[in-house]
Write a protein that binds this ligand. Sequence first.
Ligand code: URA
Length: 210
Amino acid sequence: MDASEALAQVATEVRGCTLCKLHATANKGVPGEGPDTAKIMFIGEAPGFNEDRQGRPFVGAAGQFLEELLALAGLRRQDVFITNVVKHRPPNNRDPEPDEIAACALFLERQIAAINPPVIVTLGRFSMARWFPNERITRIHGQPKRVGSRLIVPMMHPAAALHQPQNRTLIEDDFRRLPEFLAQAERQASEPAAEEPRRDEPPAEQLSMF
Ligand code: URA
């Protein structure tokens, strides 16, 4: 199966997924979207009201802001892959619960494996926790970390930054550095890991740390 078939298969499964309770209250599953050749993958939290209606990620106010942020990095929405930790909307946009995140984790893993992007940007604390379970977003945002052959870049969630001038400046500054991070990731991908032993994504059993 090639990357686009793998992504299409995940999307089909997400739309029909009943693995956790969220499918019962949500309208549409939101698998994510973007080219299978994307060099940068953005991982948000969960669909909100508009995403649940349209079945597409980041199409509401946070999505509009995300597109503005992408423009600061010289990117357009169609250049990147955009998805979420949880693929069905939690009721009233409450935080996703650990069992919901765990139920959805394999979809995200399969998307990452299919695209194999040199850079993953986590938006907010839920996607950050996939790689940095004990960190605080306020401390590590904008600081890329090499994991295996890629760079993971934690950033604030656009919805959290949109109406807070201080956070807005921080997230804008982080996005402006994305081209630099991508260049760094592509350079590193052609070299063996220097200081840490080469390893791939954390093993599946670690996913319960969400
Ligand atoms: N917020 C998210 O985290 N994801 C979306 O798709 C929309 C808003």
